[in-house]
Design a protein around this ligand. Structure first.
Ligand code: TTJ
Length: 639
């Protein structure tokens, strides 16, 4: 990353186009006008302050959600320049907020490195806000300006004095409700992202305050160890295999590289890569460089130290990365994003830079830490053996149970063969499976009953997974195969519906199934084929009429409507088995009436999703309790 040796002056900012375009096509600039787009506004403003931290001038950023869902971001940086920008003839700060694409990064030679999907500039936030106010402390003075829907309300004015030692920028804005689908901020969403930003910027303190309720909610994020602490955080529900977090840092060809990793006792790979603090869910050249270096360095170490013999095959990258948690973070002047969703880094110099820095630092680390080196090599060898056993098992069963054509005996398949019309209910327990079979529409609805709890894949090595009957029957019924063999074209049902009891056990079983799907067929979830059925919690009867309630709130509403008196009878459904076939159809299976919840993975939540499963499914009680307390969206799982 190049820091500014040059004077960063007011005229270094180039002027491109007007803000009307942003209001006309907001999606082009912030991705969408959904809840996600709304939150991007905050990230955009915060990222400007983070740039000031990266330049070495800002230590603390405060984000406040104010009553009325306005946002205030305050930093203790140098303050946005207030001098007149020569080209524009207006103060630099006004350029920042009113001219599209203004910001050092387009001028070249500036300090700014942020970029990517939403490195679009503060002017976009301004354009999409009812109003925005900026206040700057510089040279002992306080300056202020206000904009409404992007338009300047008055020339930048001095509004007071401040301690000349004190500098900083404060921005407050109110998103435009005529543009966004919602203007209500979610504390948890901001918390996750700001924690991530703090991990990626060591030594920067970020506080998030929610002042919307009487009782103020505040969280502070500060990580002296930066991405090393991020790796500890990723491994929080697991047992690390050694104490050190391995860390490599360096700069090459204009690419600043930071990598940290540690292995844990689980079996999946969890590598998160970032470019200029923005997550790259599909990886790219930086991730490829990391993987190449790790494979190469461990193989040379293992050979040089006779851990693998001359005649033995090399270790596969996959085996070395079994159970790894890694953060790859690079900073680069002009990131190029590729792929359909622009979530993959394309810069070829990043591959070489990460490869050479990791190769050099990791080689040195392994030489200095033979005990750790040995633990990792031995873990890789075990993984290699398990993988070979699994491959054999898979090949043996290719012609057998894992093949479509020999569908599982318990599956009651549907008659329609067009996957687009078909759905499969994965049902907990044989008795509920029986009712579901009676209730279903035979043409389009297939039923697969599963007995009891399925294997927790989070704690099982791959070859055991192939031995599990419940898992095998799901794999064959879906038709897609798993992992390397996975082929979405072979999917036999376009809706996979998990139907479990509406109680603690049911939630646990649903989570086990989702864990399996996420680890072995993540594309099914990513492409939106996986759903949760929602059976009712209550049945209410009065004067021979019936109502079903799917939540306590709904129960209350129904009771208010029909009146609380001795004539109504409320039944709490404990399980699917308590409903007869007709009721099950009416409440949970009939496409006309049922409620299905689609299971989704937000690609920006990548840092959380792995932990979600490992924390929920792992052995450690404390992280699980914390997780459930913190995450309202999973609170109803009540595990
Ligand atoms: C630019 O170079 C001279 C000194 O100030 C640099 C600068 O612009 N710093 C800066 C910008 N600090 N903080 C910001 C900033 C903070 C917020 C909250 C919002 C925006 C758009 C910028």
């Amino acid at each position: 990353m190049s820091q500014n040796n040059q004077e960063y002056g007011a005229d270094q900012i180039q002027i491109l186009e007007g803000l009307e375009a942003v209001r006309k096509r907001p999606g082009m600039y912030i991705g969408s006008t959904s809840e996600r787009g709304l939150h991007h506004l905050v990230y955009e403003i915060v990222d400007n302050a983070v740039d000031e931290a990266l330049a070495g001038f800002c230590k603390h950023i405060q984000v406040t959600i104010n009553p009325g869902n306005t946002i205030t971001v305050v930093d203790d940086g140098r303050g946005i320049p207030t001098g007149i920008n020569k080209k524009a003839g207006i103060p630099a700060v006004e350029v920042v907020f009113t001219i599209l694409h203004a910001g050092g990064k387009f001028g070249g030679g500036g300090y700014k490195v942020s970029g990517g999907l939403h490195g679009v500039g503060a002017s976009v936030v301004n354009a999409l806000s009812n109003w925005l106010e900026v206040e700057i402390c510089r040279d002992g003075k306080i300056y202020r300006q206000r904009y409404e829907r992007g338009k300047t309300m008055y020339p930048l004015k001095e509004v007071g004095t401040c301690d000349p030692e004190k500098t900083g920028t404060k921005v407050t804005f109110e998103p435009d409700g005529s543009i966004f689908e919602t203007t209500i901020f979610d504390f948890n969403t901001l918390k996750v992202r700001l924690r991530e930003t703090a991990f990626l910027t060591k030594g920067l303190k970020i506080t998030l305050r929610d002042e919307r309720e009487e009782e103020v909610n505040e969280r502070e994020f500060y990580y002296e160890g930066g991405i090393k602490e991020f790796v500890n955080y990723l491994n929080r529900g697991k047992e690390p295999l050694y104490d050190d977090v391995i860390y490599c840092e360096g700069e090459k060809d204009g690419v600043y590289v930071e990598v940290a990793f540690q292995h844990n006792d689980a079996y999946n790979e969890n590598c998160l890569s970032f470019v200029n603090n923005i997550i790259t869910p599909e990886g790219g050249t930086h991730l490829a460089g990391f993987r190449a270096a790790v494979t190469k360095v461990f193989n040379s170490y293992a050979r040089n130290n006779k851990i693998i013999k001359e005649k033995d095959d090399a270790l596969d990258g996959e085996d070395i990365r079994e159970g790894i948690a890694a953060i790859i973070s690079i900073k680069i002047e002009e990131p190029q994003f590729e792929g359909q969703t622009k979530q993959k880094l394309g810069n070829s110099e990043a591959r070489g830079a990460v490869d050479s820095i990791v190769t050099e630092k990791l080689t040195y680390f392994l030489e200095q830490n033979p005990t750790v080196a040995k633990i990792i090599c031995e873990k890789s060898l075990r993984s290699k053996k398990a993988r070979e056993a699994a491959r054999k098992a898979r090949e043996a069963s290719r012609k057998g149970a894992l093949e479509v054509g020999s569908l599982p005996g318990k599956l009651a398949d549907c008659s329609d063969k067009n996957p687009e019309n078909c759905e499969i209910f994965i049902v907990e327990g044989d008795s509920a499976g029986g009712s579901a079979k009676k209730a279903r529409n035979r043409a389009t609805q297939a039923i697969l009953p599963l007995r009891g709890k399925i294997l927790n894949v989070e704690k099982a090595q791959i070859n055991r997974i192939y031995d599990n009957a419940e898992i095998r029957s799901m794999i064959t019924a879906f038709g897609t195969g798993i992992q390397d063999d996975f082929d979405i074209e072979k999917l036999r049902y376009h809706k996979i519906i998990i139907m479990t009891d509406a109680d603690v056990d049911g939630a646990h079983i649903a989570t086990l199934m989702l864990t399996f799907l996420y680890r072995f067929m993540p594309e099914l979830i990513r492409q939106g084929y996986v759903y949760l059925a929602t059976p009712p919690l209550y049945k209410i009867e009065k004067n021979r009429k019936e109502w079903y309630a799917y939540s306590d709130e709904e129960l209350n509403n129904i009771m208010l409507e029909i009146g609380r008196d001795g004539n109504n009878k409320v039944q709490r459904y404990k399980g699917l088995g308590e409903m007869d076939a007709e009721q099950l159809w009416e409440t949970t299976m009939d496409p006309e009436k049922r409620i299905l919840k689609r299971v989704m993975i937000d690609s920006e939540d990548a840092a959380e999703i792995d932990a979600t499963f490992s924390v929920l499914m792992g052995d450690k009680v404390e992280p699980r309790r914390e997780f459930i307390e913190e995450n309202a969206r999973f609170a109803d799982l009540d595990i």
